[in-house]
Ligand binder design. Structure first.
Ligand code: B12
Ligand code: SF4
Length: 470
């Protein structure tokens, strides 16, 4: 069979970043595909074009919430031409009865252990509407991604994506990860990861794991094995790492130069909402410094619009970010992703302002916060971004971060310039509300009308959310 795998991206939002990080997802699906089939991958974010008239037997599309409407448009085009379309990914899994309106089959959750059977079902013309594993797949059965299919074509600075674990114990109420991949971290075998990383032509790696140091014993072994590859890598980790000098040293020796750390909130009440271990602003500032002293820059991620947030949150966050002299800053506005408690609670309280999934990119105000107005949330968020990405702030924070080394200094300025340009460019930060004559309504039928105009039977009384198997 000829199989086409697509990562959609709304056309006007193609990425203009200084870096290329191709998706691992579709290359993993390609890696799971039994021999004898021809697989092609299209990532719209890199301007790769879809040929709807291409002679393909099966189209697989990966959708997250922000990209699902574009995914539905693509699916409609292929289905008009009689092609079989399958959706997978986080949005299809949390809204399966919405996704099925636009495709022939939905894969809920992880694909390892399912995809081969789905291919057989397509070949034998017995495709089911929904596929879902009864338990999480064992990642010890390592799947090698088809890296030959995801080479970036844009010619920019390129980083290879690598995954070592899935699952997160923290279970934050705004995040889908623990509900989707489970609260127990599962690991891939270290020798296979090393072999896979060795095959990457890129000097730079991006570890996709939500917390690469979640299991310290595993992380130490992994880092020790990575050293001889002589790669430079970035990833995501919990700030707990700062409490383990041996782990920090090994991380640095293995090539780690920057980590995204989800602080989520830095206010006293906000810190207490999440189960992270460092409980005061001073402790968190000291931890960022500790990482830096060990050669690792911090990208601090903060979420604004929590129920505990008041107007003060922006000044406090600014104080934290400047005192800690974080290298990079990722600011998110609380976004009610389907499948999370935040979605359920805000929906029940009538505090979600729009059901236009295209706006769900964590940079827009889509909710009515509890202790601050949507306008003040937007203004505070914009102001903080502008201040942190200003030339002055970048220069002020440069000294401690750039003394790590020459290459690190280059990375520091390049990434901050990317943020600066994006902030001052055409990105629109808005409060998004449905028009008055179009109430917020998460009923699936709503999404059908503008795209293909025909109604499809939806099972009634079924749970809409992806229920995580235990
Ligand atoms: C790395 C990452 C990024 C990187 C992406 C780099 C890259 N090019 O890959 C960066 C930093 C750029 C990023 C950006 C964003 N991200 Co992000 N990201 C992740 C992260 C941590 C890992 C993604 C990943 O590759 N996972 C590993 C792969 C293998 O898992 P997977 O994609 O789910 O695929 C498996 C199954 O889902 C299934 N599957 C998936 N697709 C398909 C398709 C078919 C046909 C089939 C059969 C099966 C299938 O099979 C796969 C193997 O089992 C996830 C969290 C997570 N742990 O997944 C968040 C996550 C995907 N991101 C999220 C968000 C919100 C964003 C942003 C909007 C904003 C933000 N603040 O981060 C932007 C949007 C970017 C965009 N439009 O694409 C949310 C999405 C929630 C949602 N409902 O949409 C997640 C889940 C995190 C969260 N907090 O909830 N992200
Ligand atoms: S936000 Fe981070 S720490 Fe919290 S559940 Fe998601 S992945 Fe885990």
């Amino acid at each position: 069979m000829k199989i086409l795998l697509i990562a959609p991206c709304p056309v006007n939002e193609q990425r203009h970043n200084t870096m290329d990080i191709p998706q691992l997802t579709l290359s993993l699906i390609a890696g799971m595909t039994p021999p004898g089939h021809e697989v092609k991958i299209v990532e719209e974010v890199y301007n790769q074009k879809i040929d709807y008239d291409e002679d393909v037997d099966l189209v697989g599309i990966s959708i997250m919430t922000q990209t699902c409407i574009r995914g539905y448009e693509i699916a409609n085009e292929f289905r008009k031409r009689g092609r079989t379309v399958i959706f997978g990914g986080i949005h299809a899994s949390t809204r399966p009865y919405e996704a099925i309106l636009y495709c022939d089959s939905v894969v809920m959750g992880e694909a390892e252990g399912l995809w081969e059977n789905i291919i057989k079902d397509v070949e034998n013309d017995r495709l089911k509407k929904f596929y879902k594993l009864d338990s999480y797949p064992d990642l010890q059965n390592h799947v090698y991604p088809r890296r030959d299919l995801i080479k970036c074509s844009s010619g920019k600075f390129s980083i290879a994506p690598v995954e070592t674990t899935r699952g997160c114990p923290y279970n934050c109420d705004f995040c889908t990860v623990s509900r989707y991949f489970g609260t127990k971290q599962r690991h891939k075998p270290i020798p296979s990861i090393i072999k896979d990383a060795e095959m990457c032509n890129e000097k730079y790696l991006f570890f996709l794991d939500d917390n690469i140091t979640g299991n310290k014993k595993y992380a130490k072994k992994l880092f020790a094995e990575l050293i001889h590859l002589n790669k430079i890598w970035v990833g995501q980790a919990s700030i707990n790492l700062s409490k383990d000098p041996e782990l920090m040293k090994l991380a640095y020796k293995s090539g780690c130069r920057a980590l995204l750390v989800g602080f989520e909130s830095i206010t006293e009440s906000g810190i207490n909402l999440y189960r992270k271990t460092l409980k005061t602003m001073d402790e968190n500032i000291a931890a960022v410094k500790m990482l830096r002293n060990n050669g690792i820059m911090t990208m601090a991620s903060l979420v604004f619009g929590l129920d505990t947030d008041t107007e003060e949150v922006f000044d406090l966050s600014h104080e934290f970010l400047t005192k800690a002299q974080v290298a990079f800053f990722q600011a998110c506005i609380l976004t009610p992703y389907p499948g999370t408690p935040v979605f359920e609670n805000l929906k029940n309280e009538g505090r979600i302002l729009t059901d236009d999934w295209r706006k769900y990119d964590a940079t827009k105000v889509l909710i009515s916060p509890k202790n601050i107005t949507p306008e003040k949330l937007l203004n505070g968020y914009q102001r903080l971004r502008k201040t942190m990405y200003s030339g002055r702030s970048v220069l002020q924070r440069a000294f401690p971060n750039c003394t790590i080394g020459f290459k690190e200094a280059f990375f520091y300025f390049a990434l901050n310039r990317g943020y600066h340009n994006r902030n001052n460019g055409d990105m629109k930060y808005h409060i998004h509300k449905n028009p008055e004559n179009s109430p917020v309504d998460f009923n699936m039928d709503k999404y059908v009308v503008p795209l293909n105009g025909k109604k499809v039977d939806v099972p009634q009384g079924q749970p809409l959310l992806y229920e995580v198997p235990v």
